[in-house]
Design a protein around this ligand. Sequence first.
Ligand code: GAL
Ligand code: MG
Length: 975
Amino acid sequence: MTSDPLLALRPWEAPEVTSWGRLPMNAVDRRPGALPLDGDWRFQLLSAPDAPVGGAWSTARVPGVWTMQDTDDLPQYTNVRMPYAEFPPLSPAYRNPTGVYERTVDVPAEWAGRRIVLQVGAAESVLLVHVDGRPVGVSKDSHLAADFDLTPHVRPGERATVRLTVVKWSDASHIEDQDQWWHGGITRSVLLYATDPLHLADVTVRAAFSGELRVDCRVRDTGGALPEGWYVTGELDGGLIAQDTEFDRANVEDDRVSEFLGEVRLHTVVSDVRTWNAETPELYDLTVRLHRADGTVADTSCHRVGFRDVEIVGRNLLVNGERVFIRGVNRHDFHPLTGRAVSYDDMRADLVLLKRFGFNAIRTAHYPNDPGLLDIADDLGFYVVDEANIESHDHAHEIADDPRYLNAFVDRVSRMVLRDKNHPSVIIWSLGNESDYGANHDAAAGWARRHDPSRPIQYEGAAKLDWAATDDASDIACPMYAPLEDCVAHALSGEQTRPLIQCEYSHAMGNSNGTLADHWAAIESTPGLQGGFIWEFWDHGILQRVNDGRPVGRGGAGLYDNGVAAPGHRWAYGGDFGETIHDGAFIADGVVFPDRTPKPVMYEHREIAAPVRIECFKHEGIVLGNHQHFRGLDWLAGEWELSLAEGDTLTAPAELPDLRPGETAVVPLPFEVPRDGGEAWLTLRVTTARDEAWAPRGTVVCLPQVRLREASPLRWENRSGTVEVDADGLLVHPLLSAAPTLSLWRAPTDNDELGGMALRWRAWGLDALVRKAVSVREESGGRVSVVAEYAGTVGVVRHRQVLTPVEGGIRIDEEAELPEQFDDVARVGSVFETVPGLDLLEWFGQGPWESYPDRSGGAPVGHHRVPVDELFTPYLRPQESGGRHGVRHFTLSAPDATGLAIALDEPRQVSVTHYRSEDLTAVTHHDQLTPRAGCVVHLDAAHRGLGTASCGPDTFPSHLVTPGVHRWSWTLRVL
Ligand code: GAL
Ligand code: MG
């Protein structure tokens, strides 16, 4: 039996114990003036918390998880499943990695007489603190800070040894079962700070849209009774604010308030207040000072204040009275080199990127993110759903009503509220994620409602059974992955009682986010729908060395670029660290790669969120609309571009009209559209007119487009020359290394795999169709007609190709007849391969980034030019990628401008890569892929939408490739 009382308590298997010796949470910022304790600490990894400390010390970096440093306990990824079989509250008794961190601290001599506090930013999952061998405290909740009063334990001017023992598995792990990597360690900064014994214990700022400011201060003295004569003052952007004497009087008269309870209020009304919203996030600087009787300052706390209101009126969530659209994303604290420790610069880069792509909201999935994130959100302008660190996914039902976990639920929600209540960006509290719904949630909701009546609460688990209910722990109906038609039906039902904002939708796993634009078309046109949060921001790929399978760790900066890991490295996902229990690539489901490179969906989103749009093209000109909630267009600059299918791109400066939110205006057509040139598209290239906090001047904001003239039908050249085919009817051409054949298969996307489609396609044999020429006929004028059958396991597709020699090339007319049993296939089209060296694609169509039939709204039609290597999108698990939608014609050329020119009868889905579908299907990671020397070209008559079936709805029926006859025609010429 141990003599250490903290160990004797065995807090890792006692859910009732949420902390011991820990100070109450508060919103006083203690970072300025603190002594940082980050850096290398002495470190030992024990096999279990009660194993003896006594081995050799190594070092570990703080903040940092040991699972990404030099230990044998590596990251493990599970989604729902706990990584061990023990039921709550237990964890594996003998295999419970426990990190012991130790270092000496020289306590500054000038802190004599002061109150000295240790802050551990975050430790997962149980933290035990000792100083000089004496027990100080315990804390749980892996994503909030723990403060401990060290005044009795240390002496200013002397050296103390601080030991932080971090137990990986505990009762708390069962309520931290979020879908992410499991790690162990200290993920946020550790510091020591000092205050006067007389100090600000908490500051609560309420700043309303009306300009009214109330600052409630809680003053305490470590001695107990407060000294006579103390008072508090505030300074808001230089203007002084005094204590609210009415509040003081009322407190004195309240006989429940004992004499030493230091509760005071600062109060003022700011006239002509600059209010805060996500578009114009105006902030004021507030300094709160606690004075001793003689006027000297005992304590100070600084805050950035945003004046704004949040309320729910009927089924609308209003910010400053406006029904704002929530263009959100779910964000984890993640980094490919550190696992979970994120720097201020990293977080700022995350939010800057989101701003540039039109996002205005974040759900801190599924725990309070690093506190720095909220400072940045206040500053750049985001609406935040702040979520408590509660997810008991694997044991949800057992835990939601388990009284042993009651403390933990209330503790986690209340401490989050206490920490984050002063941030204008936080507009909603979330009780957590995927934990069923029980009495523990109601208890936590009750606390939050009473303590902070100024914000609504949401919890998916409460609202999910009945979106129309009003009597549960959620003020918002916040489903996840609800089919769009269900959301619309609910909004139209007349039964809707509260706002409908999906807490997760449009699952971004691999090549995904099909139908995102349809969601937004419905949201913007259906009262009652207000938006949602895409799942999720990050692909959580960890940078891994291929040779020894270890995470690279902090030294890996520079070992990746543009979403791709350097040779000898890869982005690891579940199973890559030798885990036997894991959930594979389900961890790679973000809108950015692990290095924050945006995926193509980001461009789609940017366009969906466009602040200024082309409503239509009328006789008098172009109708422009301002789609923001609060801002005019003066921060934007524009340029017109006119793209002609058979011509150039012309540009002209654009004068943006002065429009208030919701207004439209007609502006004259900036060009004489030339008579020739075929199909014509007008694009308004909108950029920032001046530097914004999140974008330098000239950053693209959106590219709205309108078609001015339709395409004329493809003109066929006169017949001339001959076409050569082999005995099987396959085209022989000097620039093709493989002749065009029929393709019905794509390397399954994650949606295709997890949605079950790929399984069917394989069962039908679509991945290995067997071609058999049925007839090869030479007709008059050199034309060749080839009929072939492509046999799968359950059906045969009849395919006819008519090859006609035309001036300068070949015209190819194709027809494929899909039998009834192939009722949903990936594509119908041609595939062929070119000789090596044709490595530049230039096309007229949608681009320049990747697009698919149900994710093509953000890729404007125009002339685009991209090297073939850069067309391919390296989704973590290789799959169909690199497609371009709506391609009318293209060339593939070598540096000497020789090559191929292809024109299509209609805008078609085209892809050009160095990989065959089977190359992509055969591997699990990019380091296993070898590009082919030539190009693999697909021209599709029809291509299936992407949907989001890896977690959520599939694509819409209109984007399916159905049985029956498909026809397409194209010409092939040599440049
Ligand atoms: C949700 C969950 C997320 C994540 C997502 C799928 O059910 O809340 O944490 O697991 O699905 O990627
Ligand atoms: Mg989950």
